[in-house]
Design a protein around this ligand. Structure first.
Ligand code: AMP
Length: 283
C-alpha cells in the first residue's frame, strides 16, 4: 500500500493503474476509520481493482464553532486498517495541499442543501461538494463510494455529479450499526459509555417511524411526535431536528406517500449525531 501526501503522487499512482486497465475506486473519508468506513472500502474492493482511500479533515466543511480542531486524527491506526482492508493508495494531503491559496471557486448545490443539516450547518455542504469535486478531479475514479449514514450528503453528491456531468458513478452503501442500532460514527468517540447507550434511542426512534408507516399512519406530525417522545429518553440530549421528508427532494411532507426519508440530528454532550432511514410507504 502506498501513502501519497501530494496531489502529483496520487495522480501518478492512479495514472499508472489506469494505463494498466484497472478500475479505480475512491472512498473519501475524514479518517478515524471505523466499521462504517471499512464497509465502503470492502464495497470498493469488490467492484474495483485499484482502491484509493482519501483521509482529509476538510476545514471548509466545518462551520465556525464546530469540532475541526479536535476532530480525531489517528493516522497510524487508519493506515493499518486500510492496509488490512486491501487499499492500494491512501491519499492523505495537508490542508495546504488541498487549499494552497484562498479558495475562490465553490460548488453549490441548491435546494437539496437547504433542508435538514443544511439549516443548522450553513456552508457545510458547500465545503463537502467543493472538496469532493477536487478529490474527483485529483483521483479521477470510475466509482466513488459514500455511506447512507450521511443521506443528505449522498443525495447532494449524486446531484452534483449529474448536474456537472462528472464522469464517475456514485455508489451508496448501507449504514453500519452497533448491535444496539447506534450508527457507527467517528464522533461516537466523544460520548461516554452511558451516553453511547442512551444514543441508541436515535435508531429506536427511526424504527418507530418505520413501524408506524408500516401500520398505515399517514400523518407525519403524529409520527414525528412519537419519535420525539423516544428521543426525550436521552437525558440532556438536545434534538436539533426530527423530520420526515420526500426521499428525493428532501422537502418536508405532511402526509406519508412513496419513498420517504426519516432523519434525526441530536446533540449529546460534545457530539452531534445524525442518523436516518429510508421507508417506502408503498410497500
Ligand atoms: P466521514 O469520515 O465521517 O466523512 O465519512 C466518510 C464516509 O463514510 C461517508 O461517505 C460516510 O457516509 C460514510 N460513513 C460514515 N459512517 C458510516 C456508517 N456507520 N455506515 C456506513 N457509512 C458510513
Amino acid at each position: 500500500m502506498e501513502v501519497a501526501k501530494k496531489i502529483e503522487s496520487v495522480r501518478s499512482l492512479v495514472g499508472t493503474a489506469r494505463s494498466r486497465g484497472k478500475k479505480i475506486g475512491l472512498v473519501p473519508t475524514m479518517g478515524a476509520l471505523h466499521a462504517g468506513h471499512i464497509s465502503l472500502i470492502e464495497a470498493a474492493v469488490k467492484k474495483c481493482n485499484f482502491v484509493v482511500v482519501s483521509i482529509f479533515v476538510n476545514p471548509t466543511q466545518f462551520v465556525p464553532g464546530e469540532d475541526f480542531e479536535k476532530y480525531p486524527r489517528p493516522i497510524k491506526n487508519d493506515l493499518k486498517i486500510c492496509k488490512k482492508a486491501g487499499v492500494d493508495v491512501v491519499f492523505a494531503p495537508t490542508p495546504e495541499q488541498m487549499y494552497p491559496m484562498e479558495n475562490l471557486t465553490w460548488v453549490n448545490v441548491k435546494k437539496l442543501t437547504e433542508s435538514l443539516c443544511g439549516r443548522f450547518r450553513p456552508g457545510h455542504f458547500r465545503g463537502v461538494t467543493t472538496v469532493c469535486a477536487k478529490l474527483f478531479n485529483i483521483v479521477a475514479p470510475d466509482i466513488a463510494f459514500f455511506g447512507q449514514k450521511d443521506a443528505q450528503q449522498a443525495i447532494v453528491i449524486k446531484r452534483m455529479v449529474a448536474d456537472l456531468n462528472m464522469p464517475l458513478e456514485i455508489v451508496i452503501c448501507p449504514t453500519v450499526r452497533e448491535p444496539d442500532g447506534l450508527a457507527v460514527s467517528s464522533r461516537n468517540q466523544y460520548l461516554s459509555k452511558q451516553q453511547k447507550k442512551e444514543a441508541a434511542n436515535i435508531y429506536k426512534s427511526l424504527c418507530k417511524c418505520s413501524e408506524l408507516i408500516g401500520a398505515g399512519i399517514k400523518n407525519t406530525a403524529e409520527i414525528v411526535a412519537q419519535m420525539r417522545a423516544i428521543l426525550k429518553q436521552i437525558p440532556r440530549g438536545e434534538i436539533e431536528y426530527v423530520e420526515i421528508v420526500n426521499a428525493e427532494t428532501l422537502q418536508s411532507i405532511d402526509k406519508i406517500a412513496g419513498k420517504v426519508l426519516a432523519a434525526v440530528a441530536v446533540r449529546i454532550g460534545h457530539a452531534r449525531l445524525i442518523d436516518n432511514i429510508l421507508v417506502d410507504a408503498a410497500k
